[in-house]
Ligand binder design. Structure first.
Ligand code: GTP
Ligand code: MN
Ligand code: MN
Length: 369
């Protein structure tokens, strides 16, 4: 028996950077199930397992049609036994037992609630969980000493756990643009992260700042932050200086995923006047707290920074994996290094970087892996 739908799906390439992954797709229920297991693995610091579930989910996002029977997936890459078992169960029973158990588990719920605090990672959350702390309120009652980021995280917990909408991102974009043009005329800002990929909501807003004259961008972040602070726009900020040095012998090994640009992790105070869309502000509140990331790149590294900060996280990981395993190159948000030729490869656009990697260009809206 060979239904029409069984033949309809051709095998997709295995690296997410070799295919389009749109924002809207046809297998939401299956992907949601796999995402829970990925999240749980990440929260348990089982990175490998998390990536396996993420890759399986991303493959389903790339499929041009809804999957109704697991046989339709025969020949597709990225689907391990575990993921296939989950998919089969959801298709046959509507739900997967392991996913339901995970969702309901005290540990998963507590870890989600605690890592939902800005400044709290899986390690810290796990330590607290074992001390019986399951919620931000438990944490406040415990009298634990929190660092500055975590204190802000607890203080603005509710706001920061509301999705940021595109209108709010645009309102913040105008503020950052004003700040940048005040302190360094000619500098330009670009919306990056999920909003550049076409998402309508996000957990934060990300901006990349540069100046067409190389070197003019040095020290820019400190000035932007002072301006924003003086205007009362910042509830929290932590600025990190640029620490990037190009080595003649190529990038350090193993290349770190973290880049070394001047950057600022911040929390903005967005008022009603700035954003007419603040209907979600509760009661008499006339403002809301919004997480904002800003990165400054030298003009010569702009294309790499843009590619590296547009995401998604899995898409970035796949690009780097492709570069190393298929091209013997090292890709970072600063450069591309060819280990065979022992030289850095320059590029002025994302299109050029894809070409150097031997990949078809995937626009931001197709990078939602
Ligand atoms: P939402 O914010 O939830 O909409 O998703 P997002 O895709 O915008 O995620 P996020 O803001 O966390 O990150 C945006 C992009 O920046 C992703 O591609 C990340 O890989 C990248 N990114 C975030 N932090 C760092 C970092 O410290 N170093 C580097 N190189 N990239 C980072
Ligand atoms: Mn983001
Ligand atoms: Mn971010």
């Amino acid at each position: 028996l060979c239904g029409a739908d069984e033949l309809a799906v051709v095998s997709l390439p295995s690296y997410a950077c070799q295919r389009h992954t749109p924002l809207l797709h046809h297998n939401t229920v299956l992907i949601d199930a796999l995402s829970i297991l990925a999240e749980n693995a990440e929260l348990s610091e089982n990175e490998g397992r998390g990536v396996a579930f993420r890759r399986a989910g991303a493959l389903l996002k790339s499929l041009p049609q809804e999957i109704r029977r697991v046989e339709q997936l025969r020949g597709q890459p990225c689907l391990g036994d575990h993921s296939l078992r989950v998919i089969k169960e959801v298709l046959e029973d509507g739900v997967c037992c392991e996913v339901e158990t995970t969702k309901e588990s005290r540990q998963f719920k507590a870890m989600k609630a605690l890592t939902g605090i800005f400044g709290v990672g899986a390690k810290t959350a796990d330590r607290w969980f074992r001390e019986g702390i399951h919620t931000p309120s438990d944490l406040q009652r415990s009298g634990h000493n929190l660092n500055r980021a975590q204190r802000a995280g607890v203080q603005y917990y509710d706001d920061l756990n509301q999705p940021v909408r595109k209108a709010e991102a645009d309102a913040i974009g105008l503020i950052v643009e004003k700040a940048v043009s005040e302190v360094l005329p000619g500098a330009k800002i670009t919306l990056i992260g999920g909003f550049r990929r076409g998402k309508e909501t996000g957990h934060d807003v990300d901006f990349l700042i540069t100046h067409p004259e190389e070197g003019r961008e040095e020290g820019l972040m400190a000035k932007v932050v002072s301006w924003l602070e003086a205007q009362g726009f910042l509830l929290y900020h932590k600025t990190t200086r640029n620490s990037y040095l190009e080595s003649k012998d190529g990038p350090a090994r193993p290349p770190s995923n973290m880049d070394r640009f001047e950057r600022c992790f911040s929390i903005f105070r967005l008022t009603r006047e700035e954003s007419s869309m603040l209907s979600q502000c509760s009661g008499s509140r006339s403002w809301m707290a919004v997480r904002v990331d800003m990165v400054v790149s030298p003009y010569s590294q702009f294309a790499f920074a843009l590619l590296g900060w547009t995401g998604s996280k899995l898409f970035e990981r796949e690009l780097r994996r492709w570069a190393v395993h298929e091209r013997a190159m090292t890709l970072s948000s600063h450069t591309l290094y060819d280990s065979t030729k022992r030289q850095y490869l320059r590029a002025n656009s994302e299109e050029e970087i894809f070409a150097l990697l031997g990949l078809e260009y995937i626009p931001p809206c197709g990078r939602n892996a």
